[in-house]
Unconditional design. Structure first.
Length: 165
């Protein structure tokens, strides 16, 4: 049995309100366009999650909203806000969906992507994982509780810049 993980970093956030706590920063104009482009790309490719695990931050919430994916099972988790790779893996190990979208932050999500992939895609931006970068990985797992490092086969990696040019 296979499982699919869609790993997305939040879209570009706004710095227009310097007094706003980091957790509460919304997306900027470019971020809103990027999130929409990634959502369109996921739909075109048929990568539709049946479960979402997301940081509880405003920018991850708005990224998901702008992606326009209708997913019945969405969980916003405070432990995914600036989570380490190990925290991300623990959260994913409790997932129940066949295809899970996980939305998070750097540096944890970049490190997690590098550690969970069997091998990194030949893309110059994979290791720094720019805003709204998205990796689709497949796993040979009966359920997410057995997920281990270097288990994921990278199917695709895309950045919003490639979609918006």
């Amino acid at each position: 049995m296979t499982r699919t993980l869609i790993l997305t970093r939040h879209a570009k956030s706004s710095w227009d309100y310097p007094d706003l706590p980091d957790h509460d920063r919304p997306l900027n104009k470019r971020g809103r366009a990027s999130a929409s482009a990634i959502g369109d790309w996921l739909r075109r490719k048929g990568y539709l999650p049946d479960e979402v695990l997301s940081s509880s931050s405003e920018r991850t919430r708005e990224t998901l909203l702008r992606m326009g994916l209708s997913t019945p099972n969405i969980r916003f988790r405070s432990e995914l806000y600036h989570a380490s790779p190990d925290q991300i893996r623990r959260a994913l190990s409790k997932a129940t969906g066949q295809t899970v979208l996980l939305l998070g932050h750097n540096p944890g999500i970049a490190e997690f992507a590098e550690r969970i992939a069997q091998s990194a895609p030949k893309h110059p931006r994979f290791l720094d994982y720019p805003t709204c970068a998205t990796t689709v990985l497949r796993f040979d797992l009966a359920d997410w509780s057995g997920i281990g490092w270097h288990d994921g086969q990278v199917i695709e990696f895309v950045t919003p810049r490639a979609l918006l040019e």
